[in-house]
Design a protein around this ligand. Structure first.
Ligand code: ADP
Ligand code: MG
Length: 698
């Protein structure tokens, strides 16, 4: 057995009790697990701060060198504390202990030079440090300039396994295993990417001589982690893109040509043309397409999807378009139906509200192939919905759908239909590579001509009168206005009350007959929502008061003002989506972010970002910084990858390198059958065994 698989109990310094705690608290069971418990930072033991500097480095841990000039115990019982005066050449602070008082008092010596480490606080006009780490200056052999700092827990600390205790264990472990850790990357990969060998890397990450060494070690270990992730994703992709895996759609077809030549409502942007082609390239190659289209709100994804659906129809297949909400499905149905009017195709709508006989007839029409294009909600995924020959399924606003839902579409035909997913929630490229590593990505990076950037401002509640006056001005110019309230949870009574009282206030400020106000929210029946939506679309109402049910996809080009109430409660991507509901016509559009006076630091950052930029990719990057990648992908995907050292948000360049290396390897040895690649294959298999979640990414 490999030495690394040895149970941690057998490490010198770890008995059964500590072993149990290590497993419970940090999941460390074997030598290998402990080896992968990496330091999260290093302390430079040769750098000292001075007491005079403290006001500038408040709340950071500091390292000081000085003497203790006085000790005294104060208080009684639980309030008992030991205090010491600690001085360096620039001033003095107080050291405080609440525990182990007797022992510490006996061991401390006055007029002895100590090096102390800890966080300082200012309390009652005095700087103090509670429970400092301390050592006699001359007693400390400076064996290492950089001391690693490890995560620990309260329970572990009680058993002596604070950062320093863990450091000790690792020093012992390194003595036992260095030189025996099997290399998991091939010589070629190490050489091409200038990576440290695994033994060297492990030594340097735990015991660096200087920070440069630690950095190189981290690079190697991150690379390895990302490399195996990309390798797995690419292997799966290779399987999928084998010739004969996909439904053949060799020609553009008559349907597409007729529509494109005679009925296209506007000239496509270059980006739209390019993406339509990229998708068609996949469809005609005989491979199984699994492609993501990323395009900012308003970039015209619907039309791109439709054009590719027409190609599929021209090749004799049925197609489906899935939207996350009924409102959006309904809207897609209407616009597409209108555009295709002259083509004599059968377009149908399937949502939860299509019931009874209509539903039954629709199911029949799907099975006997009468319906060419089915538009709908999640309802389409249900197993009962069967097609005669589904060739292409498009998922709009895909981040609203789960991975499993997407996968179930594959079963709708004997050979899986091509899948096209679309999103306006821009995902930084390198993140897409990991979460959608198995997908090909097309980007619509251009907006239709004539769009003016939306003017975004932030107002506090006290400016409400001004905002209402502005809304009136815009309505007088013939425009329409959205006012959106947060309804974070559909069931939240408070949010709902806010919405209703907001609605009443607006009705009072905008009375009939001059003004008409609509309202749409999740508690309304589908047909009522639809009715109100239609009134707004037709321009019969001037203001649409709504919850985030209108967040995605809704398209009313005449609406030029988006007022977002309690904007501090929304996340960045939601704000960006909401803002994307305006700026769709030729008129100058506005987004007004209304907030109360109290806003968190993050909230402020979000609002500032919105005011500063309209660029969805920039917004996504800030979002990634604020929230971290797991959160961005939604709860369904978070924690999926369980990475131990790499960070998908910040390690973009390493992800690219790792992906290239994985791709090159598979080009030479697609199934990893060559002898020299056996260690790679072995390692990949053992990783996958430990990370069953990986199989859910696609
Ligand atoms: P999204 O990418 O956000 O889904 P849509 O598909 O809803 O965007 O398109 C936004 C608006 O832009 C729609 O009104 C659509 O008709 C219009 N549009 C799409 N493509 C073009 C184009 N090439 N030229 C002009 N307008 C376009
Ligand atoms: Mg859309």
């Amino acid at each position: 057995m490999e030495v690394l698989q040895t149970n941690i109990t057998y490490l010198k310094g770890v008995g059964p009790e500590r072993a149990k705690l290590l497993e419970e608290e940090l999941g460390i069971k074997t030598f290998n697990d402990l080896l992968h418990h990496f330091p999260f930072r290093y302390i430079d033991r040769t750098q000292f701060n001075t007491i005079a500097e403290l006001p500038e480095i408040y709340q950071q841990p500091v390292q000081l060198k000085g003497v203790i000039t006085g000790l005294n115990v104060s208080g009684n019982g639980r309030k008992k504390a030991l205090k010491a005066v600690f001085k360096d050449a620039t001033g003095s602070i107080e050291l405080v202990w609440f525990k182990g008082i007797k022992w510490i008092m006996d061991s401390l010596k006055t007029n002895q030079v100590y090096e102390i480490y800890g966080k300082v606080q200012r309390y009652g006009g005095v700087w103090n440090m509670a429970h400092p780490e301390m050592e006699k200056a001359e007693a400390r052999k400076i064996t290492r300039q950089f001391q690693p700092v490890y995560h620990s827990t309260e329970k572990l600390t009680k058993k002596g396994l604070h950062s320093k205790g863990i450091e000790k264990l690792l020093q012992q472990l390194l003595i036992d295993v260095i030189g025996k850790i099997p290399e998991s990357l091939s010589q070629e990969i190490l050489a091409t990417n200038k990576l440290l060998g695994i033994n060297q890397a492990m030594k340097q990450i735990h015991l660096p001589e200087h920070l440069e060494e630690a950095k190189r070690a981290r690079f190697r270990l991150k690379f390895e982690e990302l490399f195996f992730l990309q390798l797995e994703l690419l292997i799966r992709k290779n399987l999928r893109t084998k010739p004969e895996q996909g439904l053949p759609m060799p020609k553009v077809g008559e349907v597409f040509n007729t529509f494109y030549e005679y009925h296209l409502p506007f000239e496509l942007t270059n980006a739209q043309k390019r993406v339509v082609k990229e998708v068609f390239q996949d469809m005609k190659r005989g491979i199984h397409m699994n492609r993501l289209i990323q395009g900012d709100v308003g970039s015209g994804k619907t039309l791109v999807a439709l054009l590719n659906m027409l190609i599929a129809v021209g090749n004799g297949y049925q197609t489906a378009l899935l939207a996350p909400t009924e409102i959006l499905a309904q809207q897609h149905f209407e616009t597409i139906n209108a555009m295709l009017e002259p083509l004599n195709l059968k377009v149908a709508l399937l949502t939860g509200s299509v019931k009874g006989k209509v539903r039954r007839l629709l199911f029949e029409a799907l099975q006997n192939g009468e319906v060419h294009i089915l538009i709908g909600t999640h309802a389409i995924i249900e197993p009962k919905v069967m097609f005669q020959n589904l060739g292409l399924a498009v998922i709009d606003e895909q981040h609203r759908f789960g991975v499993a839902q997407r996968a179930s579409l594959w079963k709708k035909n004997s050979r899986p239909p091509h899948v096209l997913v679309m999103t306006a929630t821009p995902i930084p490229r390198t993140l897409a590579m990991s979460f959608y590593g198995d997908l090909d990505v097309s980007v619509i990076d251009e907006l239709p001509p004539g769009r003016k950037p939306i003017n975004t401002v932030h107002y506090f509640e006290k400016s409400r009168i001004k905002v209402f006056a502005f809304m009136k001005e815009q309505i007088a110019l013939g425009r329409q206005v959205y006012v959106v309230y947060p309804l974070i949870e559909e069931s939240s009574v408070l949010d709902y009350q806010n919405l209703m009282s907001g609605f009443e206030a607006i009705q009072r400020a905008f009375p009939p007959p001059q003004f008409h106000v609509s309202i749409v929210h999740g508690k309304m029946k589908a047909e009522d929502k639809d009715f109100e939506m239609q009134r707004f679309v037709k321009g019969e109402t001037h203001i649409m008061v709504a919850t985030t049910v209108i967040e995605v996809g809704v398209n009313v080009p005449n609406a030029s003002v988006m007022v977002i109430e309690s904007a501090e409660k929304f996340g960045l991507s939601q704000l960006h989506q909401l803002r994307g509901r305006v700026g769709r016509g030729a008129e100058q559009s506005y987004c007004i972010l209304m907030t109360g006076d109290k806003i968190s630091k993050e909230g402020k950052r979000r609002l500032q970002t919105m005011v500063q930029t309209n660029d969805g990719f920039k917004i996504a990057e800030v979002d990634l910084e604020i929230r971290g990648p797991g959160d961005i992908m939604g709860t369904q995907q978070s924690g999926l990858l369980q990475l131990s050292i790499a960070n998908l948000a910040t390690d973009g360049p390493i992800i690219s390198l790792a992906r290239d290396a994985a791709r090159k390897l598979l080009e030479i040895d697609e199934r990893l059958t060559e002898n020299k690649h056996f260690p790679l294959k072995h390692k990949l298999q053992s990783i996958i065994k430990n990370k069953p979640n990986w199989s859910k990414i696609s």
